[in-house]
Ligand binder design. Structure first.
Ligand SMILES: CC(C)(COP(=O)(O)OP(=O)(O)OC[C@H]1O[C@@H](n2cnc3c(N)ncnc32)[C@H](O)[C@@H]1OP(=O)(O)O)[C@@H](O)C(=O)NCCC(=O)NCCS
Length: 324
């Protein structure tokens, strides 16, 4: 974990690079995690913010908040210094006079978070689709179309492009383990459908889980988080690029015949960043240079309308401007 602080020490932003997060129980809140002390503080704080915002405020089920992207992502948490009462004032019960003043101390509290997810990703959501915990529960389309939707990106495929370790049909019933929900399965490198700003093939990073607790909204905190994550990605352009020589194509989850694999070319990030933005938050992303991808349409995630937005950053260190 790296820490950086602005001048004056507040607010400061903490970064957690990918971490296995072993022991995280997605059915429990952050403060009730059995291995709380062994988990990275930055992640626990990110989850505290995400739970307050997404679970309590937006009614996303707690168990759907943590997913397979969390261990492979970079997480940023922004903290504010807040004066907190640690011991209330004590008064004389007879005279009512204060015999010991209130004791307070300044504490750093997490107020916002964002994460940066590396490629590969599951396919772009379907226009009109309804998703719960990463799973398409209603396509808004006739079934036949859902199962053959992107001929331009490589022909027929099912809605799920995840590499699944699904149950063996030969096992007796008592040994059958239910398959993991899509949100807990690692996606594979496969072509996607082309959209307005994505050709379906180019590897992209994905920003998400942007949340600021209500008391600190409207002060540019979200903008600060987005800009921090984008600037970090720009200054670490190779960070998520896989190495086929070190890991092997199978380890990279590349499918046989995939266009990404074509000619043995390993996917390399070229500056494209995507976000699945809540419709209410479009303006926040636009302020940071993201533009709406009309071709991605609109869909529901956990009951909340979402759209796709993209930003292309220049990886040329001489250029300051971000463009799409
Ligand atoms: C969206 C969110 C992250 C913005 O955080 P923030 O720190 O207030 O954002 P900023 O201060 O950087 O930007 C604020 C701008 O967005 C607008 N805005 C902020 N919160 C908003 C909200 N809940 N709904 C609509 N607009 C909002 C403000 O009006 C402001 O624009 P203005 O300066 O023209 O008034 C925060 O409201 C939040 O956590 N919302 C709930 C979770 C969420 O929607 N996450 C986004 C997922 S894509």
């Amino acid at each position: 974990m790296r820490r950086s602080s602005s001048s004056g020490g507040t607010p400061f932003i903490s970064l957690l690079e990918p971490h296995p997060l072993t022991g995280w129980d997605r059915t429990l809140p952050a403060d009730e995690q059995p291995d709380l002390d062994s988990l990275p503080r930055t992640f626990v704080d990110a989850m505290r913010v995400r739970q307050e915002v997404f679970v309590q405020e937006q009614n996303v089920p707690l168990a759907n908040e943590f997913d397979a992207d969390d261990p492979r992502s970079c997480h940023w948490v922004i903290y504010a210094s807040v004066n907190k009462t640690v011991e209330p004032a004590r008064t004389d019960p007879v005279t009512g006079k204060i015999i010991q003043p209130r004791r307070s101390e300044t504490q750093s509290v997490p107020i916002g978070t964002i994460r940066l997810v590396p490629f590969p990703h599951p396919p772009h959501p379907l226009d009109g689709g309804v998703y719960v915990d990463g799973e398409l529960v209603n396509s808004g389309e006739p079934v036949a179309r859902v199962h053959s939707i992107h001929p331009a990106a490589g022909g027929e495929r099912t809605t799920s492009q995840y590499s699944s370790n699904s149950t063996s049909p030969t096992l007796p019933n008592s040994q059958i383990v239910p398959p993991a929900p899509p949100s807990l399965i690692k996606p594979a490198f496969t072509p996607d459908r082309p959209t307005t700003y994505h050709d379906g093939v180019e590897p992209y990073l994905k920003l998400g889980r942007l949340a600021v607790i209500p008391a600190f909204r409207g002060r540019g905190i979200a903008q600060q988080l987005i800009k921090t994550a984008v600037a970090w990605a720009r200054s670490h352009p190779e960070y998520f690029n896989p190495s086929a020589t070190e890991q092997g194509f199978e380890q990279l989850g590349m499918e046989e015949g995939s266009r990404m694999r074509g000619g043995g070319v390993v996917p390399r990030w070229q500056g494209l960043i995507c976000v699945h933005a809540q419709v209410e938050a479009i303006k926040v992303w636009e302020r940071c240079g993201f533009v709406l991808d009309e071709g991605m349409g609109k869909w529901m995630e956990e009951g909340i309308p979402h759209v796709g937005m993209f930003l292309r950053v220049s990886l040329d260190k001489r250029e300051d401007e971000f463009t799409i």
